[in-house]
Design a protein around this ligand. Structure first.
Ligand code: DHB
Length: 446
């Protein structure tokens, strides 16, 4: 290790850095399958930080996955006086275990792809197993692992929370020589999760169906027809989930995409706007907000105008592109095929000269989706979830993170879910609140 220190707000934070620790015995790519571990110096001197000891300190496990690309382990950084999540975690007494992972573009020397799905979640589970296997000899409590990530990283953070100990991943873990130990985590933080990929195309068109051109997208007649098709499929999808809100109302959509589910989604955006207004934010440009004339509080949004304001950043087939060339198509390639479709709908409407390009192993698609593990008796689900998706983000439909969070809530797990007002595609923007939430769930979970 190396002894290091960082100053934040005139406070010196001392820690030991154990970097480039391989988390599997037989790595396929040693440049990707390692983690950095950082431990507050106090824990080597029987000290406490924020009430935690070397035995009780939770383990903060941030990934740096973006775009389902290969990722390097996070390191402590302070930029413009602002600590990143690693430094912040250390200042609050957390042990940090930051894994690198394989991603969709990784290749071996023979040219074969080695980071296609499910490599990223296999790597994160392998790193988790390492922490559990070595719990008695390492600082921190492996029964209090809290994952964190943004975007694709938020998606795999959720998947870590949902798919713990599932046997689906065992053959992959065994092949890597991962520690034979638990792969479940205690809690999940996910910002802007690009998740539930095989349902996300439908949700996207439910949000953006009427919007046929934007800064980023200009749709032709075929695109409009495909948007209509996906949008028409979404109500069946939602209705089959049988979700309900926090007071037990069933969340449904009629064939036009209206109903209690839509009202539920709108309520999150309304709550976020009211929160921003209460803080004194100027909301005048948000002309889609509908106010109560008497009180001035926001009581509704005009759905079409809201989605027009945010605007689409992706053409229909937002994730499984008909031209088989999205990042997600690239995620579902194989060792020898770069890109594949992963939904039947896109495969049937393929516009390339190779319409046969459909995932050879459809199981892999299910293994990337936390919806398939939440509530499954074959997995150990985390019991705590914090999910954030900004109202200005169009990287997926706002419905998607809310569906996953609502499913977890309906299962009886504690879910802290919000759509911060006018926040774009980003994460780690509210570290104070995030770590307050973590301290609280750890305390109440003891
Ligand atoms: C990310 C963003 C996307 O729009 C997407 O489709 C997948 C991943 C990201 O920022 O990680």
């Amino acid at each position: 290790y190396e002894s290091m220190s960082t100053t934040v707000d005139n406070k010196e934070i001392k820690y030991r850095a154990f970097e480039y620790i391989p988390y599997v015995a037989n790595p396929i790519d040693i440049d990707q399958q390692y983690m950095n571990i950082y431990v507050p110096e106090e824990y080597f001197n029987n000290g406490t930080v924020n009430g935690y000891t070397t035995q009780t300190a939770p383990i903060f496990m941030p990934n740096a996955v973006g775009g389902y690309m290969p990722s390097q382990a996070m390191t402590p950084k302070v930029e413009n006086g602002k600590p990143n999540s690693v430094v912040y975690a250390l200042s609050r007494g957390y042990v940090v275990a930051a894994p690198a992972t394989r991603g969709r573009t990784n290749k071996a020397s023979d040219g074969n792809f080695i980071g296609k799905a499910p490599a990223v979640i296999v790597d994160l589970q392998a790193a988790t197993a390492y922490l559990h296997a070595n719990d008695s000899t390492m600082p921190g409590n492996a029964n209090r692992i809290i994952t964190n990530g943004t975007s694709a990283g938020g998606a795999v953070s959720l998947l870590q929370g949902a798919a713990g100990n599932s046997s689906d991943f065992q053959p992959y873990l065994q092949a890597l020589g991962a520690a034979t130990a638990a792969t479940n985590v205690y809690a999940v933080s996910a910002y802007a999760p690009i998740t539930n990929l095989d349902a996300a195309d439908m949700a996207y068109e439910w949000s953006y169906n009427g919007i046929t051109s934007s800064n980023k997208v200009s749709m032709n007649h075929d695109d409009v027809a495909y948007s209509n098709l996906l949008n028409e499929h979404f109500p069946d999808y939602v209705n089959n989930l049988q979700l309900h809100d926090s007071v037990g109302r069933v969340l449904k959509l009629d064939k036009n995409g209206n109903g209690t589910f839509k009202n539920y989604v709108k309520e999150f955006i309304v709550a976020a706007a009211n929160k921003a207004q209460a803080k004194g934010t100027d909301l005048s440009k948000h002309t889609y907000l509908v106010r109560d004339n008497k009180t001035g509080t926001i009581k509704d949004i005009n759905w079409e105008a809201y989605n027009q304001f945010v605007s689409r950043s992706k053409a229909p087939g937002a994730f499984d592109s008909r031209s088989n060339d999205s990042g997600e198509n690239n995620l579902f390639g194989t060792s020898t095929t770069d890109n594949n479709h992963f939904t039947i709908t896109a495969a049937l409407h393929d516009t390339t000269s190779n319409p046969e390009a459909y995932v050879q192993n459809a199981k892999v698609v299910t293994m990337m989706n936390p919806m398939n593990y939440l509530g499954s008796p074959a997995a150990t689900n985390a019991h705590f979830y914090r999910i954030r998706y900004g109202t200005a983000d169009s990287n997926t439909s706002v419905a998607i993170p809310l569906i996953v969070g609502t499913r977890a809530q309906n299962l009886g797990y504690k879910v802290d879910m919000a759509t911060p007002f006018d926040v774009n595609h980003s994460g780690d923007y509210d570290l104070d609140e995030l770590f307050n939430w973590m301290d609280n769930i750890v305390k109440n979970g003891r």
